[in-house]
Design a protein around this ligand. Sequence first.
Ligand SMILES: [Zn+2]
Length: 168
Amino acid sequence: MSRRPFRIGRAKTGLGLFATKPIKKRTRIVRYIGRTIPNDVAERLENKGARYMYELNKKYTLDGSTRANVARYANHSCRPNSESLIYRGQVFIKSVRNIEAGDEITYHYGKDYYDAYIGKRKCKCVTCTLRRARERLASKKRQARRQRAAAKLRADKRKAASRRRKRA
Ligand SMILES: [Zn+2]
């Protein structure tokens, strides 16, 4: 591989990987490295707070927590531009779209990880941030509609009362 097409930089969730030049779709960008450990050992480490465990198969997990593993800085996204895959026993982050220089390199961490550690409410990916903003706006609009309806009801009641007073 030539020089890395990315750098480590500041992202919304701490550090992230950012493309330093255009990356073509289906490029193996970086290898996810670490020691191979049995799954039960990985599970024990995970229970103690370890992250970056990448399950390879029914027996083994890659412990990617070493600092040498720059791939671990790639953040999760619900609509990522890359994916992680196992190729001949090695794990790679591979682009699934053309990536522009400056774009953050992201991949989906998988449903289990997402459900356990991220979740719809906390996910800081662009997709989820926009969704939550839309939801907040919709709920504000609903609230405004309710307030308008309530104000109209009060106004109608006042009018009806004043009509009654005039008739009396
Ligand atoms: Zn998300």
